[in-house]
Design a protein around this ligand. Structure first.
Ligand code: ZN
Ligand code: ZN
Ligand code: FE
Length: 732
């Protein structure tokens, strides 16, 4: 017999933690209490089987709960005579981990299909272990009055479930049912899932309100309707995500155990899977790619809908470059795109796209971090005044630092769009309010033309400007709690360099405070300047002009003969184009020269399609490193020679990938020998390329280097804001 007090921190509120503890107390004959406080959940147990109970807690956490720390202390016996769930103290709600949205749980799935259950077929079924959280939040602490469920007074049954400590829905703030909860409407009239399914099977495109916003849905195996959706959205190639049951995912894709776990995880993200050759999914969903973005149904509505229709395209409903639509008033933007509009009357408070991840072996990287992940935070263990990091202008997220935790926002997107920019500034205000914070310092990118920097300046607070690629590297250091010096490899598309050139092929020795540029890819011209970003053929010309005096005899040169002549002439007359060391642009150039992709319709397309054709060919091209400059001339010459010798695109692509991975190993080994630094950090959008990331990682680890890359925040510019926080703290 003893008495102990446990203080548990992490995501332990809004996930059914207290009823879980209540039932454990019953199971192990313990007395005492459980209490939610602003510094975590406090539990007191008195009884004989305490050790067993604590062990049980660790092993059987409720789905969605994440324990960060358990502090345990033994106290004198008090002689409790029951176990109580005490009322929360809501006064000082400074640091509460707000739960992200949680995909539907197994218990709710069972009830959804149980004809005798009162939640049978209810689209908005949820419990204390699943359902929306962040996207219905209006204020903290998280309870019924501070979420948009306040619009739905509980019926008698719901309220008795809510009050019963042994019930799975005890204090489940999202509890609701057919009688008292939100209702489904199609084109303004009450509807059923059966009706919606019928329309979809009929080849209609339907806007459907989900958790973080609207989706555009249509039958994923119907070529005609998928093509129609592309036409109406003016989106020629960018892949669509598909929602399907697990059995269909296994039928259509090659799915590892690890990927299966990710699909079924509480965050229920889109997982980019390798598609099988004989898949029944329309080829118009992911043109020229071998990967398919798959997610499992994550609400009652989705589950029953997909059961009736089979795989559905489920793409964020927005106009290109604009935020995902969440409110009914915004739907007019979809007139002419959607045939039907399925809405419901529960308000979405925070817009949130579906998250996207990609896996290799037992690892994953995040491409887009939104629903299911936000607003989880990352512990930094520094105590400084609150900071706002403004992020990048591309794939923007911002990040706030408060009480030792960095909390990145959901994916906002590109800030050049007015609507996105408004969403950005409003979200910053919302986070400020939620986390009850006044920022003392502002961190932003050095790029003089970034909207995020203009915004940072408008706040009239001390600003720390941070080099783009240093922030990428620091984002990994923040995630992995790395304090010492690292060799930082940052390959991306665009970042403002200290010499005003466009950087993106950078090798630093860095810590959280400063960096030294040890190696970089040779600068080349960007013919047409920023036009070259969307027209990779221009980069092809840039690299050819950098490499050859007399143009080689290949198809690409014949096709662009006039442009090559024009640019050569401009350069000889002294015209100065923007210069770049970007590895992203090098991928573009190779993709264009090979004829894989010469003009893109979505970001990264040329590199993505180049990766898609790579096979397991193991050869590599030559390259030189001189005075810290990684020269690409031999590499380009090698590629041209292979083209002339009729080597396949697939082999050239692999050889090119292998060369970049070889360069990474080479420079890291050199720097390791020179400095003794053993830790290598990989970051930047180019590493969304799994073929490249896997090669680099395996090479480096085999060479005995400790290798890290982003797995908590996006490896692309979406992770930049977290890195900015770390560097800002170090430089304050
Ligand atoms: Zn549930
Ligand atoms: Zn009810
Ligand atoms: Fe970047």
């Amino acid at each position: 017999m003893k008495r102990i007090r446990l203080i548990i921190t992490g995501i332990v509120q809004g996930v059914g933690f207290r009823p879980f503890i209540f039932n454990i107390a019953k199971k192990f004959d313990l007395y005492g209490f459980v209490l939610n406080t602003s510094s975590g959940v406090i539990i007191e147990f008195e009884g004989a089987k305490i050790d067993k109970a604590v062990e049980y807690i660790r092993l059987n956490l409720p789905r969605g709960a994440v324990i960060e720390n358990i502090i345990m202390e033994e106290l004198e016996l008090k002689g409790y005579n029951d176990f109580q769930i005490k009322e929360s103290d809501n006064n000082s709600s400074n640091k509460i981990s707000i739960s992200p949205d949680i995909g539907i749980c197994e218990d709710c799935k069972k009830e959804l299909y149980d004809k005798k259950n009162r939640f049978y077929n209810y689209p908005f079924i949820s419990c204390s272990g699943c359902g929306p959280r962040f996207t219905i939040l209006e204020d903290i602490p998280y309870d019924r009055d501070s979420i948009s469920m306040i619009d739905f007074p509980m019926c008698k049954e719901c309220s008795s479930n809510y009050k019963e400590p042994s019930d799975r829905r005890y204090h489940a703030q999202t509890i609701c049912c057919h009688k008292c909860g939100p209702v489904l409407m199609m084109d303004g009239a009450k509807t059923t899932i059966d009706d919606i399914a019928k329309e979809l099977k009929d080849g209609k495109i339907i806007a459907i309100k989900g958790i973080g916003g609207y989706h555009l849905a249509c039958d994923a195996s119907n070529d005609e309707v998928v093509e129609l959706l592309r036409e109406r959205k003016n989106r020629p190639h960018k892949p669509f995500a598909v929602m399907m049951e697990l059995k269909d995912a296994l039928n259509n894709c090659i799915v590892s155990e690890y990927e299966k776990d990710q699909l079924q995880s509480t965050s229920a993200p889109i997982v980019l899977l390798l598609q099988k050759k004989n898949s029944a999914i329309s080829k118009y969903i992911n043109p020229n790619l071998n990967s398919l973005g798959v997610m499992l149904p994550y609400t009652g509505l989705h589950l029953e809908l997909i059961r009736q229709t089979g795989p559905l395209v489920m793409t964020s409903a927005n106009l290109n470059g604009h935020p995902i639509i969440k409110d009914e008033e915004e739907l007019k933007g979809l007139m002419g795109i959607a045939d039907r509009f399925v809405t419901h009357n529960r308000r979405i408070t925070f817009r949130c796209d579906d998250s996207v991840i990609r896996c290799f072996e037992n690892n994953s990287i995040i491409i887009r971090r939104s629903r299911g992940f936000v607003p989880s935070s990352i512990k930094i263990s520094k105590s400084t005044p609150p900071i706002l990091a403004c992020g990048s202008d591309l794939k923007n997220t911002f990040c706030i630092f408060n009480n030792g935790y960095a909390t990145p926002s959901q994916y906002i997107g590109d800030l050049m769009s007015r609507d996105n920019f408004n969403w950005y500034t409003n979200s910053i205000e919302d986070f400020k309010r939620l986390f009850n914070t006044e920022f003392k310092y502002i961190a932003c990118d050095k790029h003089p033309a970034f909207q995020s920097k203009v915004y940072a300046k408008s706040l009239d607070k001390p600003i720390i400007e941070i080099q783009h690629h240093h922030a990428h590297i620091a984002s990994v250091m923040a995630e992995k709690n790395i304090k010492d010096q690292v060799i930082g490899i940052c390959f991306d598309g665009t970042g403002y360099g200290d010499d005003s050139n466009i950087w993106g092929g950078e090798v630093f020795v860095a810590n959280d405070k400063e960096y030294k540029r040890e190696y970089y890819f040779e600068y080349v011209d960007m013919p047409g300047n920023e036009l070259a970003v969307n027209e990779p053929w221009r980069m092809g010309i840039g690299y050819l002009l950098n490499t050859f005096d007399i143009m080689p005899d290949i198809e690409f040169v014949k096709k662009y003969e006039r442009d090559i002549f024009l640019y050569k002439d401009m350069i000889s007359k002294g015209y100065k184009f923007a210069q770049t060391s970007s590895v992203g642009r090098l991928f573009d150039a190779v993709s264009a020269i090979l004829g894989v992709r010469e003009v893109i319709t979505y970001e990264g397309q040329a590199a993505i399609e180049l990766e898609a054709i790579a096979n397991d060919y193991v050869d590599i091209y030559n390259y030189k490193i001189m005075n810290g400059v990684i020269c690409t001339k031999d590499l380009i010459k090698g590629i041209i020679l292979d083209i002339q010798n009729g080597v396949s695109k697939e082999c050239i692509s692999s050889k090119f990938h292998n060369t970049i991975a070889g360069i990474v190993l080479d420079v890291c080994s050199k720097l390791n020998a020179k400095t003794g630094i053993k830790k290598v950090v990989l970051s930047g959008g180019v590493f969304q390329n799994i073929y490249l990331l896997r090669k680099c990682y395996n090479n480096l680890v085999s060479a005995g280097l400790e290798t890290y890359y982003n797995s908590i925040v996006p490896i692309n510019d979406g992770g930049l804001s977290l890195g900015q926080i770390l560097i800002c703290i170090a430089n304050m």
